[in-house]
Design a protein around this ligand. Structure first.
Ligand SMILES: NC(=O)c1ccc[n+]([C@@H]2O[C@H](COP(=O)([O-])OP(=O)(O)OC[C@H]3O[C@@H](n4cnc5c(N)ncnc54)[C@H](OP(=O)(O)O)[C@@H]3O)[C@@H](O)[C@H]2O)c1
Length: 292
């Protein structure tokens, strides 16, 4: 038995695989489930954890269950399905969901969990694959204070900032703000880099100079040079970004917020998808400008 308690992790993708690894390395006894079994087998070989045949089996006996899957429907499937985690969790255990979803599904699962005597936290993350691998994610959480305090030490295994933002759904709403802020900024960065190239400037030198001034951003530091080189086969996929922007635009329809730039950038990403860039990084907005 581990000193930190038992955990289950469902969804060993780009994000979940290293996050589950940090839990194991920090003394949690972790049992994993992944739809594609080979990934789960590889994880168990790497980390010496338990392998489960279903989400319910992974969750059985765990103090904390973590999920990091694709979208709302994927989350419902692994949580509410016949062999979903709710079917296996013991009373008093807490489900921490790291998927980026709508606030609607987060609130729905919070209610379902409470009816079963379980805790539920919506806990989407920011920081990308590198943040997950380095244990430096920003985690924005919605839900109740008591399960949050219990789950916080586990989340700190891979989160540099773990913050309770409000009731169920507040974590997802905060992640929406994050994505809204990124969308317009990436397009502005792409326009700037494309302009620099067409103006005959040395793009790298431009970045060196303006990144020390008011235009500085994470995107500029981490994506400016790869944009100039036309490298997009890595990072946060356009398909995921369109899912996220769709969630933002739906929520804005409900709360009345206007998102004119976000709506345009969403359509630009649709063009990237149509040109074969579904798995390109979100910095591929530059790809459209460079082609014109
Ligand atoms: N990648 C990033 O930089 C990043 C950053 C912040 C947030 N996020 C969010 O984090 C979540 C995961 O992203 P990711 O990049 O890790 O995605 P990913 O590499 O595609 O992994 C998705 C994982 O979910 C599993 N899954 C998907 N649908 C499922 C279903 N219906 N039933 C069972 N398992 C299912 C997949 O299983 P298989 O292995 O069988 O396909 C895989 O383990 C997404 O919501 C994404 O928006 C990603």
């Amino acid at each position: 038995m581990s000193s930190k308690g038992t955990a289950a992790f469902v969804g060993l993708g780009v994000m979940g695989y290293p996050m589950a690894g940090h839990l194991a390395r920090n003394g949690h006894a972790v049992t994993v489930f992944n739809r594609t079994t080979e990934k789960a087998e590889r994880w168990v070989a790497d980390h010496n954890g338990g392998l489960a045949a279903s989400p319910a089996q992974a969750a059985a006996g765990a103090d904390f269950v973590f999920t990091c899957v694709g979208n709302d429907d994927d989350l419902r499937a692994v949580v509410l399905g016949e062999a979903g985690v709710f079917a296996g969790m013991k009373s008093g255990a807490c489900l921490v969901d790291h998927t980026t979803t709508s606030a609607t599904v987060a609130r729905e699962l919070h209610v379902e969990a409470a009816q079963r005597g379980l805790g539920f936290l919506d806990a989407p993350v920011s920081g990308g694959q590198a943040g997950a691998e380095n244990g430096q994610l920003t985690i924005m959480v919605g839900g109740d204070a008591d399960p949050f305090e219990r789950a916080r030490p586990a989340m700190q295994c891979y989160g540099k900032a773990v913050t309770l933002m409000g009731p169920a759904g507040a974590g997802q709403l905060t992640k929406m703000v994050n994505q809204i802020c990124i969308a317009g900024l990436v397009q502005a960065l792409a326009e700037g880099m494309n302009f620099a190239v067409r103006a005959g400037l040395d793009g790298e030198q431009v970045l060196d100079v303006i990144s020390k001034g008011a235009a500085q951003s994470w995107q500029m530091e981490n994506r400016g040079r790869t944009m100039l080189r036309g490298e997009y086969e890595f990072g946060f996929a356009v398909d995921w970004m369109r899912k996220d922007l769709g969630i933002c635009l739906d929520e804005a329809d409900r709360n009345g917020a206007r998102l004119p730039v976000t709506a345009i950038v969403d359509q630009l990403y649709k063009h990237v998808q149509q040109k074969g860039g579904r798995r390109f990084d979100t910095s591929s907005l530059m790809y459209l400008l460079a082609q014109d």
